[in-house]
Design a protein around this ligand. Structure first.
Ligand code: NAD
Length: 480
């Protein structure tokens, strides 16, 4: 139906969105550190203008109705799919993640898949009372203009998680991608705008101050934020001013617990990807693993064996499945935590140092053993290719230590007896708990954190509710 462009190359996509020569801010290829492009630098005035346009477009978009919006969202998914390879190349270079493995092509594919799921999800009015005296329904309506603020680790997919449900419910969206990865998100937005009516979706390229202005803007009804707990707190503060509703997907320090007697070889591969997906730069990745004494050495050795043979390098090389850290600040956090662990007597089973021969921001996949709670690498989110493995002897104690964290995004329990693991699962204080896997998300399953990991749910029917406002419609009942 739509005549959107197909098969645009990385260079063509870049040309659509980057600042003119001699302007903008340089963005580096995360792997090679060569200049990739120029991010437009937009100001608070540009933001005001974007919000005004989104506000003006919102009633018309809402008035289109669900059926037409579903049709358009499906066409948007097709348009992304038709340009998937160029988008994946741009994403791979800007973010660093390889094309292959659960990385760049996977991420672009997830964008279309999530949009299709948003289109397919139905949020019906809820009949609250229907008797002789009263008929009352709860209806869900658009909130207005949604401000979306996304991070650099899964820049396109997380942006879609914010945009898709919001558009589906009749909101318009102003999105500010991370200043580390604006180009791939702006390129995706430009493809989406080949299909969408004008001003329904507007991308703004700016730094933290633009994010702060967006969060505080009086004409923004809802903020969808994914990023750090520290920034989440600031957004909560600014919502005291504009009373914007918030969905906050914040940091995590996900724990996994391997129960006594578990077969290490059987779980090693899944444990590895549960922690190292996107080279560890994933909110709901496993960041500390508690292993029972009876299988500790086996699990550590099996994990180290998997880690040591995973190809790491430049993302555009089809062979690689692990890439660099996305930015120098994150590289410094990761290497600092490993050095601190060494100073506390931890054993580096594999890795434990930069892979300097690959480039400035590469760090070898690292398994850290003989380390425990109280050491920063366990207590803090590493957000990189490093997993500390902690020995325990008492199962209750392991759950107590896993739950001692101030955050609670995901968690996992591992056992050769999944029934036994299931009996323990809900002891974890987390928004999601997996059995014998970690981090797998599904567009119909609500996703969100507890404690310091934020509040509000994304995905599925719950995700649609969170970008809507409710209204109770009340009228006389059947007897009148
Ligand atoms: P960040 O909080 O530094 O930045 C996220 C976004 O917020 C960026 O677009 C940034 O420009 C913007 N921002 C910065 N200061 C702001 C302010 N005062 N007001 C409004 N916006 C502001 O986070 P990051 O470093 O990009 O991402 C890494 C963090 O995100 C990790 O802690 C990770 O766990 C978390 N994360 C969570 C999820 C999840 O779903 N829970 C997913 C991905 C990442």
């Amino acid at each position: 139906m739509s005549d959107f462009p197909t098969g645009l190359s990385e260079a063509e996509l870049l040309d659509r969105v980057q600042a003119p020569e001699g302007e903008g801010r340089e963005i580096l290829d995360a792997a090679t550190r060569e200049v990739l492009g120029r991010a437009p630098v937009q100001t608070a005035e540009d933001l005001d203008d974007a919000i005004a346009r989104a506000k003006a477009a919102q009633p018309g978009w809402e008035a289109l109705g669900h059926e037409k919006r579903i049709e358009l969202l499906l066409a948007v998914a097709d348009a992304i799919e038709a340009n998937a390879e160029g988008l994946a190349h741009l994403l791979s270079r800007e973010q660093g993640k390889p094309l292959n493995g659960p990385n760049a092509r996977f991420e672009v594919g997830a964008c279309s898949a999530w949009l299709r799921a948003n289109a397919a999800t139905v949020l019906e009015p809820q009949i609250l009372i229907d008797d002789e005296n009263l008929h009352a329904e709860l209806v869900y309506k658009a909130a207005g203009v949604v401000g979306a603020i996304s991070p650099w680790n899964w820049p396109m997919m997380i942006s879609i998680w914010q945009i898709g449900p919001s558009l589906r419910m009749g909101n318009t969206v102003v999105i500010k991608p991370s200043e580390y990865t604006p180009l791939c998100v702006l390129a995706m937005v430009s493809i989406m705008n080949e299909v969408l009516p004008a001003d329904v979706l507007i991308g703004i390229s700016g730094g933290r101050e633009v994010g702060a202005s967006l969060a505080a803007h009086p004409d923004v009804a809802k903020i969808m934020f994914t990023g750090s707990t520290a920034t989440g707190r600031k957004i909560i503060e600014s919502s005291a001013g504009n009373l914007a509703r918030l969905t906050l997907e914040l940091g995590g320090n996900d724990a996994g617990i391997v129960l006594p007697g578990t077969d290490a070889q059987a779980i090693a591969q899944d444990l590895f990807w549960g922690a190292f997906i996107n080279t560890g730069q994933t909110c709901a990745a496993m960041k500390r693993l508690y292993v029972h004494d009876s299988v500790y050495d086996d699990v550590v050795d099996a994990l180290a064996e998997v880690a040591a043979q995973m190809p790491m390098g430049v993302g555009l090389d089809e062979n690689n499945v692990l890439g660099p850290l996305q930015n120098k600040a994150q590289f410094d956090i990761v290497s600092g935590l490993v050095e601190d662990a060494k100073a506390h007597g931890a054993r580096i089973v594999t890795g434990g140092e930069p892979a300097a021969e690959l480039g400035e921001l590469f760090y070898r996949p690292t398994i850290v053993a003989d380390v425990t709670d109280g050491v920063a690498i366990v207590d803090e989110e590493q957000f990189g290719p490093v997993l500390p493995v902690i020995r325990y002897s008492d199962v209750d104690d392991a759950f107590a230590r896993a739950n001692a964290a101030e955050v609670g995004l995901g968690a996992s329990v591992w056992s050769s007896d999944p029934e036994e693991a299931a009996q323990h699962a809900t002891r974890m204080q987390s928004g999601t708990v997996w059995i014998n896997s970690h981090g797998g998300l599904h567009p119909m399953l609500p996703f969100g954190g507890v404690k310091g990991s934020g509040y509000g749910l994304e995905f599925g029917v719950e995700g649609l509710k969170s970008v809507a406002v409710t209204q109770v419609v009340s009228r006389p009942g059947r007897k009148s």
